[in-house]
Design a protein around this ligand. Structure first.
Ligand code: SAM
Length: 377
């Protein structure tokens, strides 16, 4: 399939709340024509190369949406006739099974079911009926103040699903949030990284990918790959170029957890992510965590996501665990960066006094905080 080339594509890259400035930085590294951070994400303009590279190289976005049309919208019947005038075959695969998701605010049109139905009918006129086994595609119709924006979800599965995390332990941290925590912790990506409560290894694996510059989307497929916007040669070259640039090894990354099942999951995930040689995963309770008992040098960062209580059974019983983490961190020689992913900011004081809130976001309805700072010595 050959893409019908447009000069520029307008994408909205959605991310977890609070991550917009970090995602903006990530996007700027791809040299877009423009990139503007907005509540909920970053609006980006760029060519077909950029459209491929946002899927391949961004690690903090959750969704990529290609805006294909903006129009006034005050009548339902006009929605269908207008949608039928758009060149959907330039963006979506023929025979696709298109789901339209509608949203309406402050507008004469408010019945989201009817809006979705009319837009879907208009798309079907241009694209033809869905074929059995046709590609699954999603189109968004957002009507705000009587204006409708139509966009295509070019990613499909949320972008944080890198494809390596098929084994999980209890309460896994989403990959985008692990990456954000590592960035916001101030870890320099050159010195050692320790996660003594690593669960399925997300922080350690994202740490290895960050340190080596491995592109987060290189293992998986995206929805746009089924359609005319996808240029396989362009993808192959971009992927090859990014992987060629990746460093051959990460600094020492020591991950441990007291749960043997979690360590098995972390090892299996690390193998799929291609970072087995970068990670040292051990089954050990906090007091025996190799990264804290025999810390590598020079000092680096301890970034960890201890149990939150809400999901894993109550707050008070966890206090000793946080205090014990604090004791271990105080014993570390030299000055280490510390990054803690918490659902309760009170615990930060138990670990290291003076840690500052570096990031506040939301994971599936739970407010979460990243506290960052350094050990005192
Ligand atoms: C919230 S989970 C970490 C999830 C992880 N970030 C991931 O993405 O899978 C907290 C982890 O702390 C571990 N843990 C709890 N108490 C511990 C202790 N005393 N020593 C070591 N690990 C402990 C649990 O086994 C659990 O895997």
């Amino acid at each position: 399939m050959v893409a019908v080339m447009q000069k520029h594509y307008d994408l909205f890259l959605a991310c977890a709340p609070g991550l917009e400035p970090l995602l903006h930085d990530e996007v700027l590294a791809l040299r877009p024509v423009s990139a503007v951070a907005e509540p909920g994400g970053v609006a980006v303009r760029g060519g077909l190369d950029l459209l491929h590279r946002v899927h391949l190289e961004l690690g903090l976005a959750l969704r990529a949406q290609l805006t294909v049309d903006r129009s006034a919208a005050t009548r339902l019947d006009h929605l269908a006739t207008h949608a039928a005038t758009l060149p959907w075959h330039a963006w979506l695969p023929v025979g696709a099974n298109v789901t339209v998701r509608a949203h309406a605010r402050g507008s004469r049109l408010y019945h989201t079911g009817a809006i979705a139905e009319r837009v879907a009918a208009g798309i079907a006129v241009r694209l033809g009926p869905p074929r059995a086994g046709g590609s699954e595609q999603t189109v968004y119709a957002r009507i705000v103040d009587d204006h409708c924006a139509l966009s295509i979800d070019t990613g499909g599965e949320p972008l944080h699903r890198r494809g390596y995390r098929q084994a999980t332990a209890k309460a896994p941290l989403r990959e985008d949030l692990a990456r954000a925590a590592l960035i916001a912790s101030g870890w320099d990506r050159k010195t050692p990284l320790v996660d003594p409560m690593c669960g399925s290894g997300t922080i350690a694996i994202e740490g290895a990918w960050l340190a080596r510059g491995i592109p987060p989307g290189h293992l998986r497929r995206f929805a746009f790959m089924d359609g005319p916007l996808f240029d396989p040669e362009r993808w192959r070259l971009a992927r090859e170029r990014a992987l060629d640039k990746a460093l051959p090894a990460a600094p020492p990354i020591l991950a441990s957890d007291r749960d043997a099942g979690a360590i098995a999951a972390a090892n299996a995930n690390a193998a799929r992510a291609g970072v087995t040689a970068d990670l040292d995963c051990a089954c050990a309770a906090l007091g025996h965590a190799p990264g804290l008992r025999r810390p590598p040098s020079p000092p680096g960062a301890v970034v960890t996501n201890p149990p939150w209580g809400r999901r894993l059974g109550g707050k008070q019983p966890l206090r000793p665990l946080y205090q014990s983490l604090g004791t271990r961190l105080k014993e570390l020689p030299g000055r280490w960066r510390v990054g803690l992913v918490l659902a309760d900011p009170d615990f930060a004081r138990d670990v290291v006094p003076g840690l500052k809130s570096a990031l506040m976001t939301d994971a599936g309805g739970t407010k979460i905080y990243l506290f960052a700072g350094t050990t005192r010595r």
